[in-house]
Structures are given as C-alpha cells and as structure tokens.
Design a protein around this ligand. Structure first.
Ligand code: GDP
Ligand code: IMO
Ligand code: MG
Length: 429
C-alpha cells in the first residue's frame, strides 16, 4: 500500500517522527518535493537525527529511501548530510536519488540571499538554501538535473550557458556592487570540478525512483511518501507569496513523485496540537503574549534548519479543515499534545470573523486572510504529565475532549497521537 504523509499546517509538524515510526513497516520511503529547506527530526534511543534531504526512513536497515524527481538537491549539502548520518552509525545503502531531481547551484544560493536581502522587511523569510531560484530555473527549463552532473559533457555545456546568464541577471538585478561576491561564487572551473566530483560520489545512488515506488507497490509492499514543508507553504494552496516553490500537498506526490493518484491508499495529514510558522506571512491565531512564549519553550519551537524561533499560536481548525479537503486526508497524526500540558485553558479557532462575516473556508488570498480575526472556543486544559501515555485511556479527560473536539470540527479521524519527540512517544488512537 502507498501511504502519503503530508504536513497539514506551515511545516515542522513532526513529519520526520511519524515517517520514522511508520517506516518500521515500510519497504520504500520517497521524498518527492522540496530540498534541504526541510528539517526533519527523528529521536531514537536518546539520539537526535536532523535530516534535511535524506528521507526519514533511513534509520531502518533495508528500507529504500528515495529522493524523488520533484526534489531539488544541493549535492554538496547532501554529501555533508550523508557524512553526518554515517558518522551516527547509519548505513546509506538504501539511498536512491532520481535522475530528474534538479540541482541547487551556487548561483541559486546567491540569488536567494541577495533577493531576500534586497526585499528587506518585505522578504519572504526563506531558508536561503537556493530553493526558489532552483525551481525558477526548472520552470524556465534551463535547470541542471542530477542526470547532468553524472555526465560531464552535458553538464559543462549547461553550466557555461547558465553562468553567463546568471552573471548578467545578478549584476542587473542586484547591482554591480556585488561583483566581487558574484565572481567568487560563479567561477566555471571551481563549480564544474566541485559538482562533477560530487556527481561521482553520488553516482552509485542514481536511480529512476518512480520505478522503485511502483514496483514495490505492485509487489504488495508498503511505500511511504514523505511530505516536506506543509499545505500552507504550497505554491498554489498556501499563503502566497509567503510559501515555498514546490507542491507539498498530496497531489504533489503524484506530480513530483511520479505515482498515479489511484495508487495512493491513505493520505495522513500531520499536524501539531497548536500552530507554528517560520518565516513571514499572515498567521491568524499567532500569540504575542506569555502563552506564545510558553508554547515556544515547552515545544522547543526553534527551526531545525535555520534555528530561527518559530512563531506560535493556537490550533486553527479552519486550516486543518482546509488541509483535509485539499489533500483528501483519510486521517490525522496529531503531534505535541504534551506541549499543551500546564495551560489552564486552550483556545481553538473554529472560524474567522471577517468584518462581521463568519468565514469557515480558508481564504484564497492573504489580503482576505489579513482581515480575518479568529473565532475561538475555549476548552479546559490539563496538568498531568502525558509523555508516557500509550493509549487514549492514559490521557486525562480534558486531553481526550480536546482530541474529540478537533475530530468533530474537521470531520477527520485522529489516527495517531504524539506525546513526546521520541519514536516511542506516540500511540494509535
Ligand atoms: P518536521 O519538519 O515536520 O519533521 O518537524 P521538525 O522536526 O522540524 O519539528 C518538530 C519538532 O517537534 C522536532 O523537534 C521533534 O523532535 C518534535 N516532536 C515531534 N513530535 C513531538 C511530540 O509529539 N511531542 C514533542 N514534545 N515533540 C515532538
Ligand atoms: P519542513 O519539511 C517550515 C518556509 C520558510 C519560508 C518559506 C519559503 O521541515 O516542515 P524556502 O526556503 O522554501 O524558499 O522558504 O517556506 N519553509 C519551511 N517552514 N518547515 C519547513 O520544512 C520549511 N521549508 C520552507 O521558512 O517561510
Ligand atoms: Mg522541520
């Protein structure tokens, strides 16, 4: 069976943890979108693994872990990550990288940084990993793919053309004061050497991952699609322009993972018991008070990739309902219930008040969203430590009521509850 695991909010919902748990029964794990802007945490046996491009199934020996066609790969960053993974005692034999994945080049990193800096306060708050500029080249059909860096002749031609174009673009867009920086970053010889050498090291992992996923499915094996980012960071469905440049929704797994929609058996949305976001953009239930700080500290809400403090707020069921709809969710994995322990009251956003009108569907444009004030219902909190809970029965009544309230309002079953970061701290509901 193919199971799609997708972020239901603005990313960092605990996807890494859930994928790791489910990967114990999976043969293949596929990342289909995004790059090393993602930061997925797996905690096992007291060790913390931070994965960016390597799929979160890698801790299980024998699991094939694919970096799929729609991913963007910074090969130098990937090699550094692979070294870290191996240094932690984990073998990489199962890793596969699709030929079609686009390569993040030094000029993408440079453009991402210059572009964010030039926008100043109006920036998106990207991770500065070159993700947007790499997807721009892909859409413009001038991108360099993993296949290319494995074939130096093809790569040399494409690199020359791209460097000439990028040099003009960067000079024109950001001014010639950046010339020194530009020259340092855009030298053909150095880039060609570094990337072909990276290609040589990565060549043994090259594959058509769409065949791997399909064959596994046909043989009745379990395949997991590992979402990166989250529904509200989707280029079309998210809070544009404060989004990433790929499609981190279940439909994205089909387009960018090369799997037909009818092959997907289950679509699980991963969510936190509250809401967070990193980077800029509207966030209706954001808290600027003591409670926001409490959640940030209790949930250790600091970016896995950038270390930035995450913005924190109450759970927003308008968002979760939207995620259920646009991803066709068949279930929810709700993480970080333990983080809410100790709060006297819990507010849950059930709709928006837009200048007197009640809105229950997530608005299509951020200008509409900016006018939306959350309509809250207040539920009692709990004080009991729930981090050792193994079933719903182990939770205090108030926590069970919180889950039941969510299910009722979003019309989707909570199938997994997370009560701590470790892979053992989750149970099926
Ligand atoms: P991802 O990007 O969706 O994989 O999520 P991140 O790894 O960026 O952020 C989630 C953070 O929450 C990580 O530090 C996880 O270890 C942690 N985490 C995941 N599930 C739980 C949970 O149920 N409780 C607590 N306290 N932490 C969790
Ligand atoms: P995981 O997989 C949270 C956000 C950035 C920024 C916007 C665009 O760990 O959930 P980009 O570098 O992609 O161009 O940045 O998207 N962003 C994430 N936020 N979790 C992520 O990944 C993210 N990946 C990108 O903060 O607002
Ligand atoms: Mg993350």
């Amino acid at each position: 069976m193919i199971t799609a695991l997708v972020g239901a909010q603005w990313g960092d919902e605990g996807k890494g943890k859930v994928i790791d748990i489910m990967a114990s029964k999976a043969d293949v794990v596929v990342r289909a979108t995004g790059g090393n802007n993602a930061g997925h945490t797996v905690v096992s046996g007291g060790k913390t693994y931070k994965l960016h491009l390597v799929p979160s199934g890698i801790l299980y020996e024998g699991t094939v872990c694919c970096i799929g066609p729609g991913c963007v790969v910074d090969p130098l960053a990937l090699l550094r990550e692979m070294e870290e993974v191996e240094a932690n005692g984990t073998a990489l034999d199962g890793l596969r990288i699709d030929y079609r994945a686009h390569i993040v080049m030094p000029y993408h990193l440079l453009i991402d940084e210059l572009s964010e800096n030039a926008k100043g306060e109006n920036g998106i708050g990207t991770t500065k990993k070159g993700i947007g500029p790499c997807y721009m080249d892909k859409a413009e059909r001038v991108g360099i793919r993993f296949y290319d860096i494995l074939h130096p002749d093809v790569f040399a031609d494409k690199l020359k053309t791209n460097l000439a174009a990028k040099d003009k673009y960067i000079g024109g867009m950001f001014g010639y004061k950046n010339t020194a920086l530009r020259r340092a970053r855009l030298k053909f010889g150095e880039i060609f050497k570094a990337y072909t050498e990276a290609g040589k090291k990565l060549a043994k992992y090259a594959a058509d991952t769409t065949v791997i996923a399909y064959d596994a499915h046909k043989e009745g094996k379990n395949v997991l699609f590992e979402g990166a980012q989250g529904t509200l960071l989707d280029l079309d469905m998210g809070t544009y322009p404060f989004v990433t440049s790929s499609h981190p929704v279940t439909g994205g797994f089909c387009v960018s993972g090369g799997i037909g929609p009818t092959f997907i058996g289950e679509c699980i949305g991963i969510a936190k018991s509250y809401t967070t976001r990193v980077g800029k953009g509207p966030f209706p239930t954001e808290l600027f008070d003591y409670t926001g700080d409490f959640i940030r500290e209790a949930g250790f809400e600091y970016g896995t990739t950038t270390g930035r403090p995450r913005r924190c707020g109450w759970l927003d069921l308008v968002i979760l309902r939207y995620a259920v709809r646009v991803n066709g969710l068949t279930g929810i994995a709700l993480n970080k219930l333990d983080t809410l322990t100790g709060l006297k009251e819990l507010k849950v956003c059930v709709g928006y008040d837009k200048n007197g009108e009640v809105i229950t569907d997530f608005p299509a444009d951020i200008h509409e969203l900016e006018d939306c004030k959350p309509i809250y219902e207040t539920l009692p909190g709990w004080t009991e430590d729930i981090t050792a809970a193994k079933s719903l029965g182990d939770l205090p009544q108030a926590a069970r009521d919180y889950l039941a309230f969510i299910e009722k309002h979003i019309g989707c079953k909570i199938k997994l509850v997370g009560v701590g970061p470790d892979r053992t701290q989750s149970f099926e509901a």
